[in-house]
Design a protein. Structure first.
Length: 195
């Protein structure tokens, strides 16, 4: 995260995203695949960390192996195989959707995970119950906890999509874009930007 000053002098919180260069590794057409799509690859990777099948796939596009492959269905124009897509695809003021994997938080209790308020106050015999879930609600019937009951458990590492985020600034020479607000994921994680 960083911040920039807008034209009106207000401080705008932004997330810095490295958006390229992305190499076109496959162009899918209706004749060959039944639908149109563009497969983009990002970030260099050593040959020894790629399978031979993937090395051959990248060789068709005259590029070295990459770490991340993403397919985009609705592309404005189908580019040529092996061409490069850079940050200048975006313009300042554009609104985009950002898809990523949210931060993993491990096992969390009901207060953090579901915003429960805990059990009562500290009086009337309560002891260390301020963050407990309280009663489960089931009795002799059904004699079990019903599926979907909000309880403590694993939190985070979910696919998350932030919609209608505005692009504040584009630095095409460095392939960097500044997106207003926060996006899902930890520092250095991969995200998909949909225009």
């Amino acid at each position: 995260m960083t911040s920039v000053f807008g034209a009106d002098g207000k401080n705008i919180p932004c997330t810095v995203v490295l958006a390229g260069p992305c190499v076109v590794t496959q162009v899918k057409t209706i004749d060959a695949d039944g639908y149109t799509a563009v497969q983009l690859a990002f970030e260099e990777r050593k040959d020894k960390h790629s399978t031979q099948a993937m090395q051959a796939h990248f060789k068709k596009a005259n590029t070295t192996p990459k770490r991340k492959l993403v397919e985009f269905r609705y592309f404005p124009e189908l580019p040529e195989l092996g061409s490069s897509i850079k940050a200048d695809l975006f313009a300042e003021g554009d609104f985009v959707d950002v898809v990523g994997t949210s931060k993993g938080k491990g096992f969390q209790g009901v207060v953090k995970r579901h915003h429960f308020s805990g059990v009562g106050g500290a009086t009337h015999g309560q002891h260390d119950r301020s963050r407990a879930p309280g009663s489960m609600g089931a009795s002799s019937w059904p004699s079990r906890v019903m599926p979907g009951k909000r309880m403590g458990g694993h939190m985070g590492t979910d696919r998350s999509k932030m919609q209608n985020l505005q692009i504040v600034k584009v630095l095409p020479e460095d392939n960097i874009i500044l997106i207003k607000g926060s996006i899902p994921g930890h520092k250095g994680s991969y995200v998909t930007i949909e225009k």
